[in-house]
Design a protein around this ligand. Structure first.
Ligand SMILES: C=C(OP(=O)(O)O)C(=O)O
Length: 312
């Protein structure tokens, strides 16, 4: 474990205060079961500068309530039962091997949210940098225990959860290896229900846990606001085209938007600084020109700009 208790490892990268925001393009099931779509989404995330892409891994027979298996629905692949559809959008080991190789070739990490313990065992066949607990799984103690047992960084998403449920999940997972994400689990989420100040609330309640943001809103501004409020991790759903078939596509970010999002996150984190008030050398020229009364601390400020301690 790291010496700073609020830092978390994602392979060779570190997330937490003082480190670049860890940005994840959530592919989820927006690949629609098509490996070529997954590769294109990995390309888009790598080109945008994301640190990782993420998938969702389910064992359909475990995750689909039995009474829904045989319900028929229309899909782009014809009419099929719900359980067949769940299999149709799930990748198996061979596909994940290809995803693993492809991601490596693009120098981007991948991981997933396992929705059941078999999916944890499945993902453990790969050297993933982390696992994620989807908000819907926050109350699944069996899953949380299996994830804790992997010893990897675990991202805990907190949408649709009460403070009591969140505290319980942290107890089950332990706080040493987790990163917690604020989230509102509505697709798309409305600005009025994002409640971004919860990022600060969670930070105050869990001082040893880095806090991130998993967004389902449309648009990018509110995700950038989350970074300004201190989110150390950001995840947004990504899609090749918001009009594609699938429940998550409409609330996802397209490649161009993703590029803007990562660019603006990097600008915001650079602009947040260290919070120590100082006079920059670049301000000395304007100061000379514009300040009529030098003021009693002018010399000290100038010294500070030259890297010397402020004496006031
Ligand atoms: C649904 C997921 O996460 P979140 O709750 O953050 O949207 C997920 O990661 O599968």
């Amino acid at each position: 474990m790291s010496t700073n208790s609020r830092l978390r490892q994602f392979g060779s990268k570190t997330a937490g205060p003082g480190h670049p925001v860890y940005v994840v393009g959530e592919i989820g099931i927006n690949h629609n079961g098509d490996l070529e779509n997954a590769f294109k989404l990995i390309d888009a995330a790598a080109e945008a500068g994301c640190d990782a892409v993420k998938f969702q891994k389910r064992t359909p027979e475990i995750c689909t309530p039995r009474d829904q298996w045989d319900i028929e629905r229309d899909t782009p692949w014809g009419r099929m039962t719900y359980i067949d559809y769940r299999h149709r959008v799930e990748f198996g080991e061979d596909e994940y091997r290809q995803i693993d190789e492809y991601s490596k070739s693009k120098n981007i990490a991948w991981f997933a949210s396992p929705w059941d313990t078999e999916a944890v065992a499945f993902l453990e066949k790969f050297d993933v940098p982390a696992h994620k607990v989807a908000s819907a799984s926050l109350t699944d103690d069996e899953l949380l225990r299996a994830l804790r047992g992997t010893g990897r960084t675990v991202i805990l998403s907190t949408g649709m959860s009460t403070p009591k449920q969140i505290r319980h999940a942290v107890e089950v997972l332990g706080s040493d290896n987790i990163l917690m994400c604020h989230a509102t689990s509505t697709y798309p989420a409305q600005a009025e229900e994002l409640n971004l100040r919860v990022i600060n609330t969670l930070q105050a309640e869990f001082p040893n846990v880095p806090i991130g943001y998993s967004g389902h809103e449309t648009g990018l501004q509110t995700t950038l606001a989350a970074v300004a409020l201190g989110a150390t991790f950001v995840e947004r759903h990504i899609t090749l085209d918001r009009a594609m078939w699938g429940s998550d596509q409409a609330a996802s970010v397209e490649p161009q938007g993703l590029t803007r999002l990562v660019r603006d996150i990097r600008t915001i984190e650079a602009s947040l600084g260290d919070g120590v008030k100082k006079v920059y050398e670049s301000e000395l020229g304007p100061m000379k020109k514009l300040r009529r009364v030098p003021g009693v601390v002018a010399e000290a400020e100038i010294a500070a700009a030259a890297g010397e301690p402020v004496a006031v």
